[in-house]
Design a protein around this ligand. Structure first.
Ligand code: NDP
Ligand code: MG
Length: 376
């Protein structure tokens, strides 16, 4: 039986390395056809030797092996190769957008971890999938949960999607203490080990806003029927409530291995996801809380940007990316992240967002706006 080729964009990151662990147990089904990284040439070289991937790309011109592809175009090249069936997009930030569009346009399955892609260009991504015959399958644990709960049922049967949020490291901190949180405080996520950018997004709850917008585009559910609930144990990965009142949840230990594997095999299930068995008594109790909207303003700002549409989600995403980078560089306080986002959204209210060029311009303008605030 021939195996399916997988391109891993961002193979050196948290999701990328998880995917390589998952794929090492699934050699009878999949092979690694392409790997890309940004600058971590040493780890990429190790991965290339282990997987014998025929295509290896490094965005940075520095370091690595002479036969590798170079530059940002390697993401699109890796995504559109004939020997690639599935593109796992695990790049962080809007840098992954061209690859998602190209892969969908070339009729590939895109296993999407790179949620910023869908937030920035939701309509264009959906259009690229329709035109090219490609398919978008979420890697994000909440959206993987919703996909599994829906089990092929149409949007008409759905009353509400309820996305769970761990609440992040500041779930029970006072607003004043959150304002002064340090980089170290914000990087201590209670339930997940992830890359730095998404870890900060989980502390501000911007990650949940990105996920609400992601759910809107993936499942075609209007914003007023997508809710967020805090669930500190991260065991219930999300809920779907159907029109008859029945609620279905998907549960399990917090591990990205299962959603990564499911994005590759959907709608099939295969043995050996590598996830420890779920013991309900050990992971008990499961608790749920309301979101403290007023103390985590980045969430509300993102949901509003999603509702407004146009370029606002792209502005929200880019302003957030730049504000997180500025916080990590020590240029703005933790509370400054949401203030910078709010300011960029206000300044770019009327910006058009109907074409890729318009979205790119809005993205750049939002970054410039936040850089000015941060004094970069
Ligand atoms: P990491 O920071 O751990 O990894 C990012 C990867 O992308 C690395 O391989 C990095 O290369 C590469 N990369 C960074 N910048 C660029 C760029 N400009 N162009 C091309 N490649 C780039 O992030 P995560 O793995 O945590 O997250 C990846 C995506 O998955 C994000 O969108 C995140 O929101 C999403 N996600 C992550 C989850 C998790 O558990 N980590 C859960 C759900 C979603 P290098 O190492 O060389 O810098
Ligand atoms: Mg998630």
């Amino acid at each position: 039986m021939s195996t399916r080729g997988v391109a891993i964009l961002g193979s050196t990151g948290s999701i990328g390395t998880t995917a390589l662990r998952v794929l090492a147990r699934q050699r009878e089904r999949f092979h690694v056809a392409a790997l890309t990284a940004f600058a971590n040439a040493a780890l990429l070289e190790e991965q290339a030797a282990q997987t014998r991937a025929p295509y290896v790309g490094l965005v940075s011109p520095e370091g690595g092996v002479g036969s590798w592809a170079r530059g940002a175009s390697c993401l699109v090249e890796a995504s559109t190769r004939d020997d690639v069936d599935i593109v796992l997009n695990a790049v962080v930030g809007s840098a992954g957008l061209d690859a998602t569009l190209a892969a969908l346009g070339a009729g590939k399955r895109v296993a999407l971890a790179n949620k910023e892609t869908l937030v920035m260009g939701g309509e264009l991504v959906a259009r690229a999938a329709r035109a090219g015959g490609g398919e978008l399958v979420p890697v994000d644990s909440e959206h993987s949960a919703i996909l599994q709960c829906l089990a092929g049922r149409s949007g008409g049967d759905v009353r509400r999607l309820v996305i769970t949020a761990s609440g992040g490291p500041f779930r029970d901190w006072s607003r004043e203490r959150i304002e002064r949180a340090t980089v170290d405080d914000a990087l201590q996520h209670p339930t997940w080990r992830m890359g730095r950018k998404i870890t900060i997004d989980s502390a501000t709850l911007a990650n949940k806003a990105l996920e609400v917008i992601e759910a809107h585009y993936l499942f075609g559910v209007p914003y007023e029927r997508i809710e967020v609930v805090v669930h500190p144990q991260s065991v219930v990965h999300s809920f779907v409530e159907f029109v008859d009142g029945s609620v279905i949840a998907q549960m399990g230990v917090p591990s990205m291995e299962l959603p990564v594997l499911y994005a590759l095999t959907h709608p099939e299930r295969v043995h050996d996801a590598g996830v420890p068995p779920y013991d309900p008594t050990e992971l008990s109790p499961l608790t749920f809380e309301r979101v403290r909207w007023e103390d985590f303003p980045a969430l509300q700002l993102g949901v509003e940007a999603g509702r407004r549409g146009g370029a606002q989600p792209a502005v929200y995403n880019a302003a957030n990316e730049q504000a997180v980078a500025s916080f990590l560089d020590g240029r703005i306080p933790f509370g400054g992240i949401s203030r910078a986002i709010a300011s960029a959204l206000e300044a770019l209210r009327g910006a058009p967002g109907d074409t890729l060029d318009a979205l790119r311009a809005a993205d750049q303008a939002a970054r410039a706006h936040v850089k000015e605030i941060a004094g970069c």
